[in-house]
Write a protein that binds this ligand. Structure first.
Ligand code: GAP
Length: 441
């Protein structure tokens, strides 16, 4: 188990403005969370790091931003209308509803995880509950106007396969990457932002010749695992879990999860699946359009196979938070630090005037702050004593604190403090930009 408790993380997130309960003043809404000023920066950085690594740093992947609302036939073709279900059972004692496959017990007699009563699945069989959220498009609210909030971003990629292939003159292998919101009417409560009803996914559909699929599947498992390591996640808290035959989704030929050891146990961050030609075949059939690829070398039309690395932005963000948090003893008091990777930290630099009542110090600090803002996310803070300001910045992961004092007015030097080592050094204002660029960019 991880050393930090979820209570500590949830409390830090609220206290320091990372994550708040959705609609909190109305008592909240189940499994929905809002990202505050710090959380939105962290989440944007997670998405930017992903985009950079899979789109900008590679020549074989194109980006896409497809609409959330799609033609309802998409969800029939994808199998979500008929198959995207959870088996639910009601407990007759406490009247609460549970996922039957999450209850403890044997195949027929389960134990209610709410009140502990017995639930006999033979007498009280589970009912299938579709997880898609329904809505209506247009002025009429009848069955002809029903559509769904997308439960995954992947289908937006499949329906644009031909558009991207042709507009970008692509040849296999190539991929399409997308980040966006997805919605699922999840029934089980979520361990904070781990399982929510509105969340963001970062998905790649990588199109390959069928013979190359196994090889690319293995390569993507490795590439995606390394991404978490490169961003600083502790190696011992990451593992790969290949799916057994009986737990593969209907579309998958193979799947491996990347799991993180959260305080509540090993849990999925991302899945890498070999989806075969299932999706393109389904969409070709339902749309009546030819979605085959013409292979010029072979002079042959065929449906490509698809390797899908599909990760959750919120889960990755939560893992980065949990993994970066540590508490240590410094001169007899507790210091909490979020030692986030430099690309992920919400603020890179804090500029702190030592004496906020001295107008010359304030002026110099504000000038330094605005010049650093050209290249970095920087915060000016004079709302507490220097000791408290350092602790506050440590707790939100700010990499460097730049302090301006009376001496700075004379010698045009400032103090730079490193978040992780707490070491301080004096450096001239003229070389500050260069120093920070070397450390941070
Ligand atoms: N297109 C494949 C797909 O959607 P999935 O395993 O259902 O596969 C992929 O979802 C990723 O999306 C998961 O690994 C997880 O990170 C994230 N995810 C799925 N459901 C989620 C939820 N309810 N809350 C937060 N993240 C979720």
């Amino acid at each position: 188990m991880s050393d930090v408790s979820m209570d500590t993380i949830v409390s830090l997130c609220k206290r320091r403005g990372f994550i708040f309960q959705g609609s909190e003043i109305y008592g909240g809404v189940g499994s929905i969370w809002d990202y505050g000023p710090l959380g939105v920066e962290l989440k944007r950085n997670v998405k930017a790091a992903w985009w950079k690594s899979v789109v900008h740093r590679r020549d074989d992947i194109e980006g896409l931003d497809a609409a959330i609302l799609m033609n309802p036939s998409v969800w029939k073709a994808s199998g979500h209308v008929d198959g995207f279900t959870d088996p639910l059972v009601d407990c007759k004692s406490c009247k609460k509803r549970f996922r039957a496959d999450h209850l403890k017990g044997d195949s027929d007699i389960k134990k209610c995880s709410g009140c502990g009563a017995q639930i006999n699945l033979k007498e009280n069989p589970p009912r299938l509950f579709n997880l898609m959220l329904k809505t209506f498009l247009g002025p009429l609210e009848d069955s002809s106007s029903v559509t769904y909030l997308r439960p995954e971003t992947a289908q937006g990629i499949f329906v644009n396969f031909m558009n991207v292939l042709n507009s970008r003159s692509r040849k296999l292998p190539f991929g399409i990457a997308q980040i966006g919101k997805s919605f699922r009417n999840e029934i089980t409560p979520g361990n904070f932002t781990f399982r929510t009803r509105e969340f963001e996914q970062m998905e790649i559909e990588y199109f390959v010749t069928p013979e190359d699929a196994d090889d690319f599947y293995k390569r993507w498992v490795e590439t995606r695992f390394n991404w978490y390591l490169e961003l600083g996640v502790t190696k011992d808290k990451l593992q790969l879990r290949p799916h057994g035959e009986n737990e593969l989704a209907h579309y998958a030929k193979a799947c491996t999860d990347i799991e993180y050891l959260f305080p509540f146990g090993w849990s999925e961050l991302e899945g890498i699946a070999n989806r075969g030609d299932f999706d393109l075949k389904q969409h070709a059939e339902h749309s009546g359009k030819d979605l085959t690829y013409f292979d010029q070398t072979r002079q042959q039309h065929y449906l490509p196979y698809v390797i899908e690395p599909s990760g959750g932005v919120d889960r990755a963000t939560l893992a980065f938070l949990v993994d970066a948090y540590r508490e240590e003893e410094v001169k007899g008091s507790k210091r909490a630090v979020l030692s986030l990777h430099k690309d992920l930290a919400p603020y890179k630099i804090a500029v702190l005037p030592l004496l906020k009542k001295n107008p010359e110090i304030v002026e110099m600090a504000k000038k330094i702050c605005s010049s650093l803002k050209e290249d970095f996310v920087v915060k000016y803070d004079d709302t507490a004593s220097i000791g408290k300001l350092y602790r506050r910045q440590d707790e939100i992961g700010t990499l460097y604190c730049v302090t301006i004092d009376v001496q700075s007015l004379e010698d045009k030097q400032v103090t730079i403090r490193d978040r992780d080592t707490m070491e301080q050094e004096r450096i001239s204002v003229d070389s500050l930009q260069k120093y920070l660029k070397e450390k941070l960019l």
